[in-house]
Design a protein. Structure first.
Length: 202
């Protein structure tokens, strides 16, 4: 997948001991590929059939959905609050690289921060509405999957507070990066057509 320079500049993993970092795009591509490998080699045929049946689709489409979710679970890392952690870990050069690509990162108070999975959930919800025509209730239902990828979903209060902190989530170029990641993963996994159908159902 070819990503824009600004999207490719966002970090996903850091190793302060070696001063090395992994772009978020690589992390998400790896996650999507691993989900496909797990589906192909470890998910029982009976479970594949059950998931496909529940979706009203064939197993290949169910597989694509699993890969898509894995490939977007961390899109909320493309946010000001998360990016600033590079500075706290002694890797200012990673933050500088992102700024050079136009991603501004104003200081964020620890008490004002927004967890990246919360940003992921809101970004997916908005994309489902704006790009696939989903209604809010359906978009919320599909988006909560990524919001809970650390084992607990953000509360309604946390979601509302995050929406009121665009300086922490990152708007403008930051929102464009998250949209590019969502569009790119939908293309990479081939899920867009079926997902459009699924989110339009009551």
């Amino acid at each position: 997948m070819r990503w824009s320079a600004v999207t490719a500049s966002v970090w996903g993993k850091l190793d302060p001991e070696t001063a090395s970092w992994l772009p978020l795009t690589h992390h998400l591509e790896h996650a999507a590929a691993m989900a496909g490998l797990l589906w192909d080699r470890f998910v029982p045929h009976s479970l594949r059939a059950l998931l496909a049946s529940d979706l009203g689709a064939d197993p290949a489409s169910a597989r694509a959905l699993c890969c898509f979710y894995a490939g977007i679970h961390d899109i909320g890392k493309a946010s000001v609050g998360f990016a600033r952690m590079a500075e706290h870990r002694g890797m200012q050069f990673v933050l500088d690289r992102m700024r050079d690509e136009g991603l501004e990162t104003a200081p964020v108070s620890p008490t004002d921060n927004v967890r990246h999975e919360t940003v992921s959930q809101l970004a997916l919800r908005d994309w489902l509405e704006e790009s696939l025509g989903a209604r809010r209730r359906a978009a919320n239902s599909w988006a909560c999957v990524v919001g809970g990828h650390h084992g607990k979903n953000p509360t309604d209060v946390a979601l509302r507070e995050a929406e009121n902190r665009p300086q922490v989530m990152g708007d403008g170029p930051w929102a464009e990066v998250r949209r590019e990641l969502l569009d790119g993963m939908a293309e990479l996994t081939g899920v867009r057509g079926e997902l459009t159908r699924w989110v339009s159902q009551p």
